[in-house]
Design a binder for this molecule. Sequence first.
Ligand code: NAD
Length: 508
Amino acid sequence: MDSHPHGERPARTIGHFVDGQMIEGRSERYGEVWNPSLGTCSARVALASRAEMQQAVDAAQRALPGWASASPLTRARVMFKFKELVERHADELSLLIANEHGKVISDARGSLQRGLECVEFACGIPHLLKGEYSDNVATGIDLYSMRQPLGVVAGITPFNFPAMVPMWMFPIAIACGNTFILKPSEKDPGCPMRLAELMLEAGAPPGVFNVVNGDKEAVDALLDDPRVRALSFVGSTPIARYIYIRAAEQGKRVQALGGAKNHLIVMPDADIDLAVDALMGAAYGSAGERCMAISVAVPVSSRTAGELVEALAPRVRALTIGASTDASSEMGPLVTAQHRDKVRSYIDLGEREGAKIVVDGRGYQVAGHPDGFFLGGTLLDDVRPQMRVYQEEIFGPVLSVVHAQSFDEALALPSDHEFGNGVSIFTRNGDVARNFTQKVECGMVGINVPIPVPLSFHSFGGWKQSLFGDMNQHGTEGVRFYTRIKTVTARWREGVKPGPQFGMPIMK
Ligand code: NAD
């Protein structure tokens, strides 16, 4: 893992952030961090050993009593300060994201903003943690409930949102009084490490927020450590399923979000121009590396299909593809050469399976960036449900068009698919839209919007193979996930009848 293809070692080594400090890795195992626009290795990242992860859990455990007993207002003030710091450093953080992930700067900035919205939500924690109180439930007896933190909790996150997805998790977990270990993607750890420094600067005591870089070994150490009470995961479905089963087996609370295949239904009455604009952004933004990317367009009726493909094709061909830091780029490269090759192999597969390649992104070259991990926007028509290009997540700039002849046929496609993350419908008919939202088997539904990503004060999560666990991320579901309820029944002297009572107590 630690060899560089050209022999020389990258200038920068990224370690871990534990107990309020940047520390070097000691495992002698490293991963590579690439600049996908240039195709060069920009850093190596330490991959933590089991023992190093256990030391991070030690630090989080030591910080726990002080942090859990800090008042919610104190914790909220750290979040207010953190929000201010992230805003002040937004340009630097966005550049880190763009340079390591490859998404264009405006998109990186937008994803940071969506993460910040979760910090803003966490600033309201005193209100969110208010319990329930019932006065005088029986003579002289009051009953109340409170939400208490779980303890040390951890988040394991994917490469495609190195700031936003961690920010779905740690601000709420920490505001609830837990201490947190983040195991970000080893492909783009730069931004999470800066967020850890900013949390410390914002006033989070050492050990409250730790970032440990690593791979399966680090994740398994989290799964096996009984002190880690809850795990939040976002990534691909096979790993989500693995994390869910292993964590649940150990009695941990777990929410594990997996992959997606999001459909956008275009009804015959839809405004085609609006639908095409939506598809361009949702299919090709961030080079399709979004769990809420639209990867399947479903025009209903042959006429709608003809109009849609005719309008889409020239737009896909005209996409401005370039370096993520180039302000004119609409789409950047893919995250690694390996991922670019995998996406390209799906286009080959689609061709073999009989899909019609309307726009072919294979072999796309960006002037001045011969080594970048670029792929052109690709449009596949006549894709059928039995094809693997339809069934599997591609996670790249490839949009498949699947034809439907009726509303029911269109409704069945996302509903019968193994993934159930997001879905959208474009129509001007309210009855159709309502019928669709009621019946479709997906967790997040959009009506005339391209990507139905709920805001921070609602919660995020799919259905079926897109989420394992009972609770979604962020919003009040997030607060519930990171706290446990304690219910207290209290009686004071008034109303106490002397002498023991051996029957089941009943309230009078
Ligand atoms: P991934 O599953 O490869 O990796 C996610 C995390 O798991 C990383 O931190 C990685 O280090 C770790 N990991 C990888 N292999 C592991 C193993 N064998 N054992 C333990 N841990 C392991 O996902 P990725 O490629 O980084 O991200 C892309 C995927 O994430 C896509 O499938 C995408 O749909 C999904 N995603 C889903 C959502 C959602 O909200 N549902 C959001 C973003 C991304």
